[in-house]
Design a protein around this ligand. Structure first.
Ligand code: CMC
Length: 468
C-alpha cells in the first residue's frame, strides 16, 4: 500500500466490508447459467430482461449490488490494482505476469502519442464543440492514423477523376481536360475488395483496443486543454495512465492522492454489463465493422443524460439545489412534477450501487476544506437521505455511480464538461473487451419491432393534398 494513499485504500476496504456485510456472497444461479439458444426470457420495454449474448468479461448483480470483472470483485480491484492492470484483465481474461504487464504498459506509452490525430482535431473548433462530439470525432481520426484501413478495404472508386472547381485546386500544373474545368488526378491503383474476415486486421483486433484505451485519454485531455484556451500537452512516459490523464488535462503532475483517486474512478467505470453504450458498441461490431467504429458509437450512446451524461447533470443539479436552499422542498417538487433526480436509480441495481459505495466516502474525504465542493457535498448527503426515504423501499431507487463522481472530479479541479468524457476514457476498456469477445462468436444483431401502423392507404399526389 502506497504510504501517501493509504487513507484512500482504507476507505475502499471499509466500503467493501460494509457491502459484504449487507449482501450475501452467492450469485443467483439463473444469472450465470449457460445460455441454450433460443433462450426463453421475459423482455420488457427497452429490451429489459433480454439476454443478448454470453460473456466472461464482467458480472453485475443488481439485487445484491455486486460488480465483478473477470471473477474479481471490483472492491478488491479498487483497493489493490490499477486501471492499466484492470484493462489487461478485461481484455485478456487473466491478470498479467510482470513481463506481460511491462510489455502492455510500454504499448500504452507508445499509443498515447497521437500526433496526427491531434493535428487533425486541432483544425476543428474544439473550444466550441460538445466535448463528447469532439471525442467521437477523435476515434475516427485514430482509426485513420492507426489502420489506414480505408486505403486497403474501402469501397472501390466509382470514378477515375475527381471534379472540383478551379478555386479549390492549387494551380501548380496546367490542368488537362480544361474544357469542363475538371482536373485529373493521378489514378490510384485498384483497391482491394472488401475482405470478410478481418480478424487479423489491426483495426479489428487487440492492438486497436490497446490503441483506443491509451488514445482516448490523450484526446479527452487535449479537448479539455483547448476548451480552457490552452494547447495540448504531450504525455509523460514516466507517469501512469491516471496520472498522465490528469497531467495532460491540467498541465500539473498530480499528487499521489490525486493520481490514486483518478485511478480508482477509472477502475470503477471500466465495465458494466450490457449497458446502452456497450450494447451500441456490440451492435456496430456485429456487422463486422471495426473496433474504432464500435468505440465511436459507444461514445455517442454514452453522451445521453440517462447514461453517461448524468454525472455532469448531477453537479449542475446540486448547484441549483444549493441555490434553492431547501433540499426537501426541491426533491418534493421535482418528484411531484414527475421529474427525475439525476444520479439516482438504475435499470439493473435495485440495491445500493457498489460504485457509489466507494465514491461517496472518497467524495467525503476530498471535499474537506474545499470551499466550493463541501457545501455541494452536504446538499448531496441530504438529497440521498430524502430520495431514498421516498423511493428506496418501494421503487428500489438509490444513488448510482454518477451521484458522487462529479463531486470527486470537481475536487480534482476538473471541469463538469469533462465528466462524461472521463466516463468514456474508462469505459473504453469494457467496450473493447466485450467487442473482441463477441467477435469470437459473432452473429449480427437483428431484433424485431412489432408493426402497429396502418395498411392499404391510398397514395395522394402532393398537389391533391389538403393544406398550404
Ligand atoms: N428519479 C426519480 N424517479 C425515478 C428515477 C430518478 N432518478 N429513476 C427511476 N425513477 C422511477 C421512474 O419514474 C419510474 O417510476 P414509475 O414506475 O412510478 O413510473 C420507476 O422509477 C422506474 O423507472 P424506469 O424509467 O422504468 O427505470 P429505467 O430502468 O428505465 O431507468 C435510469 C433507469 C437510470 C435511466 C433511471 O433511473 C434514470 O433516469 N435515472 C436518472 C439518470 C441517471 O442518473 N443516469 C445514470 C445511470 S448510472 C450510470 C450509467 O450507467 O450510465
Amino acid at each position: 500500500m502506497h504510504e501517501k494513499t493509504q487513507s484512500i485504500t482504507k476507505l475502499i476496504l471499509k466500503a467493501a466490508e460494509r457491502a459484504r456485510r449487507e449482501t450475501s456472497a452467492e450469485p443467483e444461479p439463473d444469472q450465470i447459467a449457460r445460455v441454450r439458444w433460443p433462450v426463453a426470457c421475459t423482455v420488457g420495454p427497452g429490451l429489459e430482461g433480454a439476454i443478448a449474448c454470453e460473456s466472461k468479461v464482467g458480472y453485475v448483480n443488481g439485487s445484491k449490488g455486486w460488480l465483478v470483472y473477470r471473477g474479481y470483485d471490483v472492491f478488491d480491484l479498487c483497493a489493490h490494482s490499477t486501471y492499466e492492470e484492470v484493462c489487461y484483465l478485461l481484455l485478456h481474461g487473466e491478470l498479467p505476469s510482470p513481463d506481460e504487464f511491462k510489455a502492455f504498459k510500454e504499448k500504452l506509452v507508445d499509443y498515447r502519442y497521437l500526433n496526427q490525430t491531434l493535428r487533425l482535431l486541432m483544425s476543428f473548433p474544439l473550444e466550441e464543440m460538445n466535448a463528447m462530439a469532439a471525442l467521437r470525432m477523435g476515434t475516427n481520426q485514430m482509426r485513420q492514423e492507426f489502420s489506414y484501413i480505408d486505403h486497403r478495404t474501402g469501397h472501390p472508386p466509382k470514378m477515375d477523376v475527381i471534379g472540383s472547381d478551379e478555386d479549390s485546386i492549387p494551380m501548380e500544373t496546367q490542368p488537362k481536360g480544361e474544357r469542363r474545368a475538371i482536373y485529373e488526378f493521378k489514378k490510384r491503383g485498384r483497391r482491394k475488395r472488401m475482405r470478410m474476415n478481418r480478424q487479423l486486421d489491426d483495426a479489428a483486433g487487440l492492438q486497436a483496443a490497446y490503441h483506443l484505451i491509451a488514445g482516448l485519454a490523450t484526446i479527452a485531455a487535449a479537448i479539455s486543454r483547448v476548451q480552457q484556451g490552452k494547447l495540448p500537452i504531450d504525455p509523460d512516459p514516466g507517469l501512469s495512465h491516471a496520472a498522465n490523464f490528469l497531467y495532460m488535462m491540467t498541465g500539473r503532475r498530480p499528487t499521489p492522492q490525486e493520481e490514486r483517486v483518478m485511478d480508482v474512478a477509472l477502475i470503477l467505470y471500466a465495465d458494466h454489463g450490457m449497458n446502452a453504450s456497450t450494447f451500441a458498441a456490440l451492435v456496430v461490431a456485429s456487422t463486422l465493422s471495426d473496433v474504432y467504429f464500435s468505440v465511436g458509437s459507444g461514445v455517442a450512446a454514452l453522451n445521453g443524460p440517462l447514461h453517461g451524461g448524468a454525472n455532469q447533470q448531477v453537479l449542475y443539479m446540486l448547484e441549483e439545489v444549493l441555490e434553492h436552499g431547501d433540499v426537501k422542498d426541491w426533491v418534493g417538487q421535482t418528484l411531484s412534477n414527475g421529474g427525475r433526480v439525476m444520479g439516482f436509480g438504475h435499470r439493473v441495481y435495485k440495491a445500493y450501487d457498489p460504485r457509489a459505495r466507494v465514491l461517496a466516502p472518497l467524495a467525503a474525504h476530498l471535499v474537506r476544506g474545499n470551499r466550493e465542493m463541501e457545501p455541494l457535498f452536504k446538499v448531496a448527503r441530504q438529497m440521498e437521505k430524502e430520495v431514498v426515504s421516498r423511493l428506496g423501499r418501494d421503487k428500489k431507487i438509490f444513488p448510482n455511480v454518477d451521484f458522487y463522481s462529479g463531486l470527486v472530479y470537481g475536487c480534482l479541479g476538473i471541469d463538469p464538461e469533462m465528466f462524461t468524457p472521463i466516463f468514456a476514457v474508462s469505459r473504453v476498456a469494457g467496450w473493447t473487451a466485450r467487442v473482441l469477445e463477441y467477435l469470437q462468436n459473432n452473429r449480427i444483431f437483428r431484433p424485431r419491432a412489432r408493426y402497429i401502423g396502418e395498411f392499404g392507404k391510398r397514395y395522394v399526389p402532393l398537389e391533391d393534398r389538403a393544406g398550404g
